[in-house]
Design a protein around this ligand. Structure first.
Ligand code: AMP
Ligand code: MN
Ligand code: MN
Length: 326
């Protein structure tokens, strides 16, 4: 197999899905792949499903092809998972994964062990969109698909600022720009623009956050009651944990929030050396070295202190390594 997309040749009914609580890379990669198949594989039927499409990602037209309906009972020839680090993160799409003739996984999470029949996991890639653009024929990427890919890349790289950004990322972004996409509008509308509620939530989290480990850790737990009193949805928290990390002296930021069903979602970010993927892994989650997450049903304050302890251990090890080398 030269190219993972060659799997498309043997399938006529195809389904694409991403992870629960979809982010920009997830929406971007799912909708770009949908457009690419629709445009270049005539005669194939393709569906794309996500549990929800947050308003900010609706800025790109390709997001309108995503269905949020999981009631259809169907066995697909081919199921393609994008930006999903493990099978459970497929959420409601898991039933289609289970019944599909063949499964393909295209991803960039370091914690991904390859859960499909055929897997392309590139941990060095900034985003699933970067992995996808790498396997797609650039000449066959429409402007609509290019917008979606560009959105995923800017979301997962923090507009090319995070350490996951590479020369390859910039080269792909450059080629996508040549498709005539409105790149400044995408960056402004998808990444920077926030509703007043989102801005106020950010302010609330920063005002109430607790500092620990001598100013190297910043953390906040936003309860369901708080979220409800603000009329806030989970997607309104997007970007807050990254903003918390920007505090001078901070190495690790943590934001936890309660889902309506009672589970607690933890988001972790690190600035330069703490491996938060390892920490998330201790609680059944994963992600990347600088951005990871997990979900628990335990007391969030107890989990916080465990996260704090694991962070402290990594910071101490780093100090020891550095003094040992001096
Ligand atoms: P988040 O904090 O939700 O923005 O997630 C940060 C990164 O970690 C993203 O790449 C997610 O896909 C990944 N991630 C979040 N939660 C989990 C989880 N429960 N299991 C595996 N990966 C996760
Ligand atoms: Mn994602
Ligand atoms: Mn991603």
């Amino acid at each position: 197999m030269n190219n993972i997309l060659d799997e498309l040749n043997n399938a006529s009914d195809i389904m694409i899905a991403g992870h629960v609580r979809p982010d920009g890379d997830c929406v971007g990669s799912c909708s770009a792949l949908y457009c690419y198949i629709r445009d270049n594989y005539p005669g194939k039927h393709v569906d794309v499903r996500l549990e929800h499409v947050p308003d900010s990602y609706r800025f790109i037209s390709a997001s309108s092809y995503i269905s949020t309906d999981y009631t259809e009972e169907k066995e697909y020839d081919l199921f393609i998972s994008v930006d999903v680090s493990n099978k459970e993160r497929l959420g409601k799409a898991l039933k289609y994964f289970g019944s599909a003739g063949k499964t393909v996984c295209i991803d960039h999470h370091i914690s991904n062990e390859g859960f499909a029949d055929v897997n392309l996991v590139v941990p060095e890639a900034s985003s699933a969109c970067e992995v996808l653009a790498g396997v797609m024929d650039m000449d066959k990427i429409s402007r609509e698909a290019a917008e979606a890919l560009y959105m995923g890349i800017i979301c997962d790289t923090g507009v090319f600022s995070y350490s996951c950004t590479s020369r390859q990322t910039m080269e792909i972004a450059g080629k996508l720009m040549e498709k005539g996409i409105p790149y400044t509008d995408i960056i402004e509308n998808v990444f920077y623009e926030k509703t007043l509620l989102q801005q106020r939530l950010l302010g609330k989290c920063l005002l109430s956050a607790k500092m620990s480990l001598g100013g190297q850790m910043i953390a906040y737990y936003i309860t369901r009651e708080e979220m409800d009193s603000w009329g806030a949805r989970n997607e309104d928290l997007e970007g807050i944990v990254s903003q918390m990390r920007q505090t001078r002296g901070v190495e690790v930021s943590v934001l936890a929030s309660e889902d309506p069903e009672g589970s607690i979602k933890f988001s972790l970010r690190s600035k330069s050396y703490v491996n938060v993927n390892l920490i998330a892994g201790c609680f059944g989650g994963g992600g990347h070295e600088r951005a990871a997450g997990f979900t628990v049903f335990e007391d969030p304050y107890k989990v916080f202190s465990e996260v704090e302890k694991l962070t402290a251990e990594q910071i101490l090890r780093r100090v020891q390594e550095r003094t040992g080398n001096d």
